[in-house]
Every structure is written in structure tokens, then in C-alpha cells.
Design a protein around this ligand. Structure first.
Ligand code: PLP
Length: 395
């Protein structure tokens, strides 16, 4: 059996997304800035894609800027708020410890430029507390940036409540919604969101395309100088096929969101129940306030890397920590942020399931994880010490 359970890292493109792209490579290949017909056809296509994207999140088309993906959108949103803040003498930002590196590394850069950053706690359940965000906001705060759903442990943050606090305190609120868009209901107005980042390859669209929503009136800082594309906020000839694929994938995801969510939640809970039978294993993050496709466990006495390799031998593609950090020996900053100690954080497994995973496949995964964990523990010195009572079990 071959099972792809790493949809938080990237997804397979949907057929509708591929079909939406091909005409913009073969026939309508004109430059949208050109005035002749095939240029203008491409321009019109982009504008209709923009309207489709805006409709899915309750925005206006002119509030959507197409980018090269989630990382660029995060950078642009945060650097925009920082520039507005600096101009107003407000150089404090509130975020959380388990953000994606596209956010955390941008904040690090701003700290070197004199900004102060407060990271609110994400607690053991992987959830930010709105009242702690409120308490962290100061008169000089120019931005609150909290992710919609975490990419490793899948926990869904109280975005609407955080947004309401920011609105009341008149602080810009950005959310990295890369894991949420296409998977969870989002309405930027109802959810009090000023800026939102999304990426097509996390909802069955093409890699290298994404968008930034910025509420009307927010003067975006452009990261790339050049032509006047995207109303001067994102220079460079538009990735027309990518944008068409993004919009088609998002429309499709939104149209089937509820049924997909119900099906995946049942499979997710089946996996959680089965894997929980392994002794000294613990689910990471709240069991219910999590993405319908996310399962993340820590196992005592094993190494995540070996677990992944052995699961791969059984045809299962999964992940330990985020794709960006795998290959490095540091444990996941997300697991450390929810209070997992180094040793335990090393033995983690993320299964991010697709819409089409069946019960039979889930049962195969459960059996495989049980086998592999047992096998790895059978020659783990750490496990031997735990069993001999030479060190205490943590989980
Ligand atoms: C994947 C991801 C990103 C980065 O998106 P890219 O399109 O790959 O740049 C940012 N934030 C989160 C939460 C992600 O999961």
C-alpha cells in the first residue's frame, strides 16, 4: 500500500486545478500587461480568479494580491505593518512561539532593526489565549500576527476573538492561514482579520503561488520593485497559470469543504484512537480544536527520523517536525513551545491526511505505526532505561 500522509507539507494537485492551468500555457499565454487581445484575455482571467478567491474568504477582489506563496505573503504582511508602525513611532509586535518560520524569521529580522517582539504562550494544548494577547498589546503595538491553524500540531486558534481584541485596540491583525484556507470556514470580516496569508499548494493547487489579503485602506509595502502589476504592490509578470490553478483549486476545496471535513475528521479520530493504544504515546495539541486532517504524536524512547524511514519502507509518507526543519537535529520549535522536553519532542510523528484516505488505509497506518514503534523500542537504550526504572517516564 502507498499512503501519502504529509498533506501539511504539500498536497497533490487536483485535476480541476491542472485543467484550469493548461489553457494559460498553451493558448492564453499572453502577458497580462499587453494591450492586444491575448494579453487582455490573460488579464481578464486573473481578475476573475481574484474575484473567485475573494469570494471564498468574504473579501473584495481588490483586497487580494497574488504572491509566490505563503512565505512571501507572510513577509509582505508583517513588513507592511512594521513600516506603518515605524512611521507612527510604534515598534512593538505581538506573535506566538509556534508560528511558521516565515513569520518567526521575519520577526527576528525586525528585532535587529529595533522592533520589540512579544511571543504569547501557546500552552500545552497548543492554543493561544485571547486574554493573553490582549494583555500583551501596548500603546506602541503595531501588529498582532497569530497563525490560524498550526502546521505541525494542527491546533486551530481563537482567531475571531483575537481579531475582535485587535479591532477594539486598533492594532493591525495578520493571520498566517496557510493551513486553514480551503480547509476551514473563513470570513475575513466576521473573523476580524486585517491581513491573511494563503498558499495554493496546501489546498491542491500549484506550488509557488499564494495570495495576501489586505483590508482596503492598508497601504501594502511592496517587497519587489519593478512594474506596476498587482496595483504596484507586487512587481513582476503575473504567474497566470499558477493564479488560475490557485483559484480553481480553492473554489473546488470550498465547494466540498464540509463533506471533506466530516469525512476527514472521522478518519483523524480513528487514527488518534488507534495510535493512542501505544503505551507512553501522547497526542500533541488539543484533540478537538485541530485541523480535520492533523494527527501528531510523541512517543517516548524513539527517534522520529528512524520512525519515518521505517514507515516509508511500509509505503507511508509522513513527517516529524516541519519539512523546513527536518534534516536538522533541532527538535521542532512547535513541540518545544507546547512544553514537550527535547527527548520526547525528538520522537514525534505528524500524519496529515488527505481527503481521500479510507478507513482501511487508516487501519493500515495504525498497525504500521504500532509495529514500527515497538520495533524501534526493542533496541532503544533510552527505552531500556525507562523500562528498568533508571529514568522516569514523561508520557
Ligand atoms: C507551508 C506554510 C507556509 C509557507 O508557504 P509556502 O507557499 O510554501 O511559502 C507558511 N505558513 C504555514 C503555516 C505553512 O504551512
Amino acid at each position: 500500500m502507498r499512503i501519502y500522509a504529509d498533506n501539511a507539507a504539500t498536497t497533490k494537485m487536483s485535476r480541476v486545478a491542472i485543467d484550469a492551468m493548461i489553457p494559460y500555457m498553451e493558448e492564453h499565454y499572453g502577458n497580462p500587461s499587453s494591450l492586444y487581445t491575448i494579453g487582455q484575455e490573460a488579464k481578464e482571467a486573473i481578475e476573475s480568479a481574484r474575484a473567485d478567491v475573494a469570494a471564498v474568504i468574504g473579501a473584495e477582489p481588490r483586497e487580494i494580491i497574488f504572491t509566490s506563496g505563503g512565505s512571501e505573503a507572510d513577509n509582505q504582511a508583517i513588513l507592511t505593518a512594521a513600516e506603518l508602525g515605524r512611521n507612527a513611532g510604534k515598534m512593538h509586535i505581538v506573535s506566538s512561539a509556534f508560528e511558521h518560520h516565515a513569520v518567526l524569521h521575519t520577526l527576528k529580522k525586525l528585532e535587529k532593526q529595533g522592533f520589540e517582539v512579544t511571543l504569547v504562550d501557546v500552552h500545552e494544548d497548543g492554543l493561544v489565549r485571547p486574554e493573553e494577547v490582549a494583555a500583551a498589546i501596548r500603546p506602541e503595538t503595531c501588529l498582532v500576527t497569530i497563525m490560524f491553524a498550526n502546521n505541525e500540531i494542527g491546533t486551530i486558534q481563537p482567531i475571531r476573538e483575537i481579531g475582535a481584541i485587535c479591532k477594539e485596540k486598533k492594532v493591525l491583525f495578520h493571520t498566517d492561514a496557510v493551513q486553514a484556507v480551503g480547509h476551514l470556514p473563513i470570513n475575513v470580516t466576521g473573523d476580524n482579520i486585517d491581513m491573511l496569508s494563503a498558499s495554493a499548494h496546501k489546498f491542491h493547487g500549484p506550488k509557488g503561488t499564494g495570495f495576501l489579503y489586505a483590508r482596503r485602506g492598508i497601504l501594502l509595502k511592496n517587497l519587489i520593485e519593478g512594474g506596476a502589476q498587482e496595483r504596484g504592490k507586487r512587481a513582476g509578470t503575473e504567474n497566470v497559470p499558477g493564479i488560475m490553478g490557485l483559484a480553481a483549486a480553492l473554489k473546488d476545496a470550498a465547494a466540498h469543504r464540509e463533506e471533506n471535513c466530516a469525512r476527514m475528521t472521522a478518519i483523524r479520530d480513528r487514527l488518534i484512537e488507534g495510535i493512542s493504544e501505544i503505551p507512553h504515546a501522547a497526542l500533541n495539541g488539543d484533540a478537538k480544536k485541530r485541523l480535520p486532517g492533523n494527527v501528531n504524536f510523541c512517543f517516548e524512547g524513539i527517534e522520529g527520523e528512524s520512525l519515518l524511514l521505517l514507515l516509508d519502507d511500509k509505503g507511508i509518507a509522513a513527517s516529524s517536525g516541519s519539512a523546513c526543519t527536518s534534516g536538522s537535529l533541532d527538535p521542532s520549535h512547535v513541540l518545544l513551545a507546547i512544553g514537550r522536553v527535547h527527548d520526547v519532542a525528538h520522537g514525534s510523528l505528524r500524519l496529515s491526511i488527505g481527503e481521500d484516505m479510507t478507513e482501511e488505509e487508516a487501519d493500515y497506518v495504525i498497525a504500521a505505526v504500532k509495529d514500527v514503534v515497538t520495533y524501534l523500542r526493542s533496541f532503544s537504550p533510552v527505552w531500556r532505561d525507562l523500562m528498568a526504572g533508571k529514568r522516569p517516564f514523561i508520557l
